[in-house]
Design a protein around this ligand. Sequence first.
Ligand code: GRF
Length: 179
Amino acid sequence: MKKRVGILISGRGSNMRSLIAAAAAPDFPAEIVLVISNAVNAEGLQHAAAAGIATQVISHKPYETREAFDAAVSASLEAAAVDIVCLAGFMRILSSWFTRYWEGRLVNIHPSLLPLFKGVHVHEQVLQAGVRISGCTDTPATLGARVLVEEHKLYPAALKVLAEDRVRLENGRAVFTRL
Ligand code: GRF
């Protein structure tokens, strides 16, 4: 049985698209069943809808607390019987309630080699720090584009491993059971 995946986005959704494209392969172990955006005009919503995937907008604005917003998102994911949640350019900080609730079933993509350059404006941070491996002639936009190409390969591969139950969390560390 394929794992059911919900994707949370806030904007462009190019990583979401890479997951949708990967999941279109008949032998991919997961299917994308729902895309939720907190931003009504997120570009990615149209792409998801065009691919025949259910979309929902849950704006964070009417909610008084992070937990209340997260509970609404969680309820939608559960209503769609989601097994795995993929964050793909989702620009809200999630409450620890949410991350605990979905622990082991929640995955994110981040465009730097963590623990370096957390948070937002990652490519600006990388360039400002003068990290040689990123190249010193890139602008944040061109560096972002180059990293994005790699993200689009990595994220579907990571979802595949998770959906095949080949990785689990042990004391906060990802442990691979079979490679
Ligand atoms: C990506 O670089 C992702 O790693 C980061 O935000 C960006 C989202 O881009 N979390 P997109 O919406 O997937 O195109």
